[in-house]
Design a protein. Structure first.
Length: 372
């Protein structure tokens, strides 16, 4: 059995070697000839799995992507070739929630605001959006929810329209890239909709870059629109619109989901799916492999407020680290992918246990994801 795996998939060799030979390649450069005699292909979002890539796939029976998004898989092509596929829904949702929380707490400190005083809208209330909602709610914010496809299917009440969501002080985008059907998201934020966003607003995109018309956003910023931008995802990755970067307050190279736990969970989920596909028992686990975090417990000696939450959040993950590396590396050829490949270890809030022997009021910190 030969299993071809993107080299940026942590713990892949440890897990997939249960089934056979594991071959590691750079996901961005996997070619059709690499798939000759390969039984299973395990990718990340940078590999376009389509007719062109699968042209020489004579034995391929399974494709796994260790990601939430599946816009890089041509599902029709996989079905036509009778190739099974799986993704890893929710694998890095906690990591994305941590990212948004870290970014908004940076901006809250810089712009002197309290999240509880802001109107916040989350657009796309699935796995990642819900993680953002629970963190912001823990920090006292009232969060508006916008998810027309869910409202249509689940008959939910209290959700707002896209137009209402775009009036919020803070707008967080968590939608997938959908190019067909009645809820398409490519350029969901058109030039016209972007223009209607408030001058004091904050716009965070950690979904997919194509959801915002990046050229229109640049034109708007060049005309002096003052909204604050947090962009983790960009149109045309790995070569984002360089002129846009100086207008972005927090800019990162598509790493919102890159906690070690999130990436490892992605690998483990497709490993388990492949074992099931083969009718075998998955006998390995990432919990046996993940390293102990550098700081794993802290004694709590005060009740929680936003300032205290910020200290703890940024102790575990301060997004400014990734923003600084992004600005330094993005001008270099291949810089975007290089930053992702050499991403510094980052742990989730849950890696830090808060010991509260004096029973201070810190329930909100546990709601943020810190461990008890
Ligand atoms: N930046 C990163 O590192 C990172 C990490 C994980 C996921 N993502 C991206 O985020 C996307 C969302 O992830 P998820 O786990 O929350 O997915 P999900 O499928 O759990 O949730 C997506 C939600 O968006 C909603 N939605 C779809 N179209 C919409 C529209 N037009 N308007 C409003 N809502 C809409 C869906 O109904 C669904 O509830 C993924 O598809 C992926 O592209 C990025
Ligand atoms: O869809 C996802 O899960 C995320 O966008 C994921 O973090 C992307 O990471 P990549 O596969 O590009 O390494």
């Amino acid at each position: 059995m030969k299993i071809l795996v993107d080299e940026n998939m942590p713990y892949a060799t440890e897990l997939f070697s249960q089934f056979g030979e594991v071959v590691l390649l750079s996901g961005r450069t996997i070619q059709a000839e690499d798939l000759h005699d390969v039984n299973a292909l395990m990718v990340r979002s940078v590999t376009q799995v389509n007719d062109e890539l699968l042209a020489q796939a004579n034995k391929l029976a399974f494709v796994g992507t260790a990601t939430i998004g599946i816009d890089h898989l041509d599902l029709v092509c996989l079905q036509q070739r009778n190739i099974a596929y799986t993704n890893a829904p929710g694998c890095n949702a906690v990591s994305v929630g941590d990212y948004v929380c870290s970014a908004l707490l940076v901006l809250a400190e810089q712009q002197l605001f309290t999240l509880a005083d802001k109107s916040i809208a989350v657009i796309g209330v699935g796995n990642t959006g819900s993680q953002t909602v629970s963190r912001l709610t823990a920090l006292g914010a009232q969060v508006m929810l916008c998810d027309p496809p869910r409202v249509e299917k689940e008959d939910l009440t209290g959700f707002v329209s896209l137009e209402q969501a775009l009036q919020a002080d803070i707008i967080c985008l968590h939608v997938p890239l959908v190019k067909t059907g009645s809820h398409q998201t490519k350029h969901l934020l058109t030039a016209e909709l972007l223009t209607g966003i408030g001058q004091d607003a904050i716009l965070v995109n950690s979904g997919r870059g194509d959801v915002i018309d990046n050229q229109a956003l640049l034109a708007l910023k060049q005309m002096g629109h003052a909204m604050t931008l947090v962009l983790d995802v960009w149109e045309n990755e790995p070569t984002p619109l360089l002129e846009l970067i100086p207008y972005v307050a927090i800019a990162t190279p598509h790493i919102a989901g890159y906690s070690l736990e999130g990436k490892a969970r992605g690998t483990e989920m497709i490993y388990q799916a492949y074992a099931q596909f083969l009718g075998l028992q998955a006998d390995r686990s990432i919990s046996d492999i993940l390293p102990v975090p550098a700081i794993s417990r802290i004694d709590i000696n005060q009740s929680a407020d936003q300032t205290f939450a910020k200290k703890l959040v940024h102790l575990v993950y301060d997004v400014r680290r990734d923003d600084a590396i992004f600005r330094k590396s993005i001008m270099k050829a291949g810089g975007f992918d290089e930053m992702r490949k050499n991403y510094l270890e980052r742990r989730e809030f849950s890696s830090l246990r808060l010991v509260n022997e004096s029973h201070y009021a810190v329930e909100s910190l546990y709601q943020l994801g810190f461990a008890k």
